[in-house]
Design a protein around this ligand. Sequence first.
Ligand code: NAP
Length: 483
Amino acid sequence: MSLIDKVTQSIYIDGEWLKVDEAHSDIIYNPAILEPLTTISAGGEAETKKAISAAHRAFKSWGSMSGRKRSRILYKAHELMLADAERLGEILTMEQGKPLKEAIGEVKGAAGFLLWYAEEASRSYGEWLPSSVRSKRMIVMPQPVGVVGAITPWNFPSSMITRKLGPALAAGCTVVLKPAPETPLSAIEIVKIFEQAGMPPGVVNLVTGDAEAIGQEMLSNKHVRHITFTGSTAVGKYLMRESADQVKKLSLELGGHAPIIIFEDADLDKAVSLSLASKFRNNGQTCICANRVYVHESVAETFQTKLQKQVETLKVGNGLEEDTDLGPLINAQAKDKVQTHLDDAMQKGADIVCGGDTAEQPDSYFMSPTVLAGVTDDMRIMREETFGPIMPIQIFSDEQAVIEKANDTDYGLAAYFFTENTSRAIRVSEALDYGIIGVNDVFPAVPEAPFGGVKQSGTGKEGGHHGMDEFLEKKLVSLGIES
Ligand code: NAP
């Protein structure tokens, strides 16, 4: 039996799946073999309007339901997702390209967000504030914001959805979800899981299709009180500008340009294997993956030699094949961008340590993992998000100077460094101007901790109790009493 039907219902409003009208449809491709996977609905303004109305109606009962009741549905969804992780992982690999082991890991991580927020649903505490006068009592009541518009990217088609929907639903909000056009199938599966878990109609709605039309309706419809977006900084800025008119709440998880610094006192073996894991996970298409590496001059040669050895063992191929380490890039546009960064670096004098033979498979979206030495600050790869499997290495000699280089960017999502010196670990963590710092660690995205950037990498947090706070208004009740 095929995992994916030829035609897939992809618009879900008020508990009903809309039939796919082939006159308004999109074809979804497998980026590894460039063949169609299925056809889905292309919705727009009308469908989004309907979905928002359904979410608005459902908010009355969902928002006032006890946290414990909401928790049970989220917990059930978590269980269903975990039990089906292998099948969901296969679907994810087919639409997105990442190796199956990474895809199954992502699905399990996505289920982890549902578990965490199932637990948090009963814990939206308020405050009782001491009043400055005897005749008053001050209560701070957390209340769900209302209808949430959620827009997600293709690079983590499963976990980017549960990281938003978990806290929004736990807080008592209802949702209209618009997934990325490249990877709607994981979104569809997640919505089916919610349906199976007993989510009441209208609480979660899904609209696939025309991003501009769907986004415009989310922005202009007064029932949408919060927009939560993960994607590029350019689209994030657009949403920020356009939501000003109604002063909507916004959470923005945007692009990054993460530095990794290898200090002279680092555990080099750990630094090599984790730098490699950070850079080449999901083929470099991760917002927090290393975009540039700075190595101290005293360990540079050893680091580079060890790294090269490991990179040369990585296997590029179809993510469904068991020994694949790097799948394809998501599409031709993504491949062109990575190639442009590579060409620019080569023209400006970079040296290829390994890889670089990207042009050998011109008709596919595959690229070889590549390490570059001799890179300079004027190269695009050192300033712009590459989103591909190229690791540029620069040598440094001074702690303060490397911190300044690391901070010299408009992005501020994640930064990493390796050291065995505790004082340096604290000092450098404090000095790096980023929302997330990894010290001897490159996997900071976990359900229990706040994840989010500063500067042009975004605003707001996902994960932890901080993630649920985004979806709660703090209402003040000022109570006059006879004293
Ligand atoms: P993108 O082009 O900004 O798209 C993200 C989502 O926004 C897609 O669903 C897209 O749909 C939609 N969109 C685009 N224009 C829109 C509009 N005018 N109104 C409403 N929705 C609109 O980003 P991407 O290429 O999918 O994802 C890669 C980017 O995401 C990278 O920059 C990466 O760093 C960032 N990212 C950040 C995080 C984080 O946590 N900070 C996590 C993952 C990814 P269409 O494609 O149909 O336009």
